[in-house]
Design a protein around this ligand. Sequence first.
Ligand code: ADP
Ligand code: MG
Length: 332
Amino acid sequence: MFSKDIGIDLGTANVLIHVKGHGVVLDEPSVVAIESESKRVLAVGEEARRMVGRTPGNIIAIRPLRDGVIADFDVTEAMLKYFIQKVGGKNWYSSPRVLICAPTNITSVEQKAIREAAEHCGAKEVFMEEEPKAAAIGAGMDIYQPSGNMVVDIGGGTTDIAVLSMGDIVTSSSVKIAGDKFDSAISKYIKNKYKLLIGERTAEDIKVNIGTVYLNGQRAEMDIRGRDMVSGLPLTITIHSGEVQEALWDSVSSIVTAAKSVLERTPPELSADIIDRGVILTGGGAMLHGLDQLLADELKVPVLIAEDPMHCVVKGTGIMLDNLDKVSKRKF
Ligand code: ADP
Ligand code: MG
């Protein structure tokens, strides 16, 4: 079916695939359900995500890239192969070129293994690119000019901050504080304050629906269900935005500190460009309410949320595939 190049955003929370001429053809959570004893893969992606926190003892739902490192390589490889095949791997009439953006902190051994997994799926050539670069390009920045562009990509496992100029990263930082840490901070806060245990999915729902890091008079509340630690029984309580803001404070402060340190290390000419152009936020965490205002206040530069922030990296891979001559071909 496909003979075109494909771009893959192998994220810690979501995997997206772009096929040249077809746009984004796959967008699924990076979750795999396996049978714990046999290690047999039972479900991948959305189907596996529905099982998180709901599996019987013999089945586990894992996020193999969770903290931005490959926790379980075999499972990562199985997931990547499943997704590539799902978008037509078996039916390619000519071997495609594949460009993959993986988490920034993976080792060269892991990168090599990812390349091999893609090659086994029929890729003719595999290119690996740095994620902040793809995010910036996908957000519409022209990073090939001699001027400063700053991107902050807030994913599930990591926040990647980078200043780019002339097609390369000038200064950067990657911290393991992003969407997952926000969720666990919310769970912890509710456990301490209300002695209520909530699941990962509930914590994420709270963050997405009423979460904020910059309360501007606007308040919201939400009823949440969990298990009362004292009675052991199900219990419903009401949570307010202000409480979520309190819960998220420490995590968000670490992101602000990391972004400041990147700016401090950036050459002055490039900083001046960033004041003119603003910082662009990408990744799912970019949509956390108030994060743009908070960063703008703290960094003293304009901050903009990219259009369709969760698609920036994969869109960037598509654009980079069209300009492969500019992409350094990294062999391992
Ligand atoms: P990754 O690149 O690591 O796979 P993504 O860019 O796909 O991550 O972002 C996933 C993260 O974004 C998750 O932690 C998810 O909870 C978070 N997220 C998605 N939508 C929102 C929203 N509206 N507000 C806050 N966080 C969000
Ligand atoms: Mg990402």
